[in-house]
Write a protein that binds this ligand. Structure first.
Ligand code: IPM
Ligand code: MG
Length: 359
């Protein structure tokens, strides 16, 4: 198959983890006889430095012409003082908006080999954790208007708008139920319907959508309770469906209870057009350039790319199993606790996974 892919390394540890992702991509393509068309583009701080723009038009065009985008991470202290329109994070938000990536899939799985790395008690994670967070990604308070900072009666006021239309809610709910059908068929929709009108509409539309998926069980949960239940009894969740802001918060929480946020992948998808595949973690400027970062979140995002962008399930599974195998043998990057004898660098981890895939 022809695989037309854009790599956007971004900032901080982004370039080093994308290098390892490329290594695995070349390995898998070689093994299965796929032809790779690889391009690289600039986003975030790297693009600000080169073009004074966190998402140059050239990058958007390049992404549009490919079938999938692998992104590293954006942001860092160097650009922290820039106005919000010019910050690296704006590049990521604009990319999501320009490509219409409304569905963000963030699977949080606890690997057997890493159970000891979770700070939850063994009796809590005993049931295992296998949650798919489905976060709405192009609406809600992240994009709602009006927004801004203005003067009212001699002082500054700042405002953002949380807004969802029926169609925005319906399409993300359809995504969530569609995915639940291939899993344990349980959807927990998270909102704040006891306070927010937008959540009440969310609930109504999710309930309507559920009627088209009679084999799935739907439950609603308030976001504050969901935050608590995630640490108290994470085994109860299968698919967790929620809005942009709540999903941002809950997906970090779900990620961290699995042991390390460094391991968690994500896929951002639209109806048709390229998807973006990126680790959930940030740019970790404190360890950038030291070959210490954990490349597994990016490498597992590559597995999601094979699954969702190219429907190549065998390739996706091979990568996922390779990661489990190498973790099972005890190898760890510095963010994961383990035997110091098995401590490996970012590129060392990439080499181990590549070697595993070649066996
Ligand atoms: C994420 C990040 C982004 C978000 C930031 C970097 C804009 O936290 O992907 O979860 O808030 O969506
Ligand atoms: Mg986040």
């Amino acid at each position: 198959m022809e695989l037309n892919i854009t790599l956007l390394p971004g900032d901080g540890i982004g370039p080093e983890i994308i290098d390892q992702t490329e290594k695995i991509l070349l390995t898998v393509a070689g093994k299965f006889g796929h032809t790779l068309f690889l391009e690289r583009g600039l986003i975030g701080g790297a693009a600000i430095d080169a073009f004074e723009d966190p998402l140059p038009l050239e990058t958007i065009e390049r992404c549009r012409q490919s079938k999938a985008v692998c992104l590293g991470s954006v942001g860092g202290p160097k650009w922290d003082d820039l106005p919000s329109e010019k910050r690296p994070e704006k590049g990521l938000l604009k990319l999501r908006e320009s490509l219409g990536l409304y569905a963000n899939l963030r699977p949080a799985i606890i690997y057997e080999a890493l159970k000891e790395a979770s700070f939850l008690k063994p009796e809590i994670i005993g049931r295992g954790i296998d949650i798919m967070v489905i976060r709405e990604l192009t609406g809600g308070i992240y994009f709602g208007r009006p927004r801004g900072i203005e003067y009212r009666q001699g002082e500054q006021v700042a405002l953002n708008t949380m807004i969802y239309s029926e169609s925005e809610i319906r399409r993300i709910a359809q995504t969530a139920f569609g995915i639940a059908q291939k899993r344990k068929k349980r959807v927990c929709s998270v909102d704040k319907a006891n306070v927010l009108e937008v959540s009440r509409l969310w609930r109504t539309i999710v309930e309507q959508t559920a009627k088209d998926f009679p084999d799935c069980k739907l439950e609603h949960m308030y976001v504050d309770n969901a935050a608590m239940q995630l640490v108290k009894d994470p085994g109860q969740f299968d698919v967790l469906l929620t809005s942009n802001l709540f999903g941002d918060i809950l997906s970090d929480e779900a990620a961290t209870i699995t042991g390390s946020i460094g391991l968690l992948p994500s896929a951002s998808l639209c109806r048709s057009g390229p998807g973006v595949f990126e680790p959930v973690h940030g740019s970790a400027p404190d360890i950038a350039g030291q070959d210490k970062a954990n490349p597994l979140g990016a490498i597992l995002s590559l597995a999601l790319m094979f699954r969702y962008a190219f429907s190549l399930e065998t390739e996706a599974r091979l990568i996922e199993e390779g990661v489990q195998e190498v973790l099972g043998r005890g190898y760890r990057t510095v963010d994961l606790t383990g035997n110091p004898e098995h401590l490996v660098s970012c590129s060392g981890m990439g080499d181990l996974i590549a070697a595993e895939l070649n066996t």
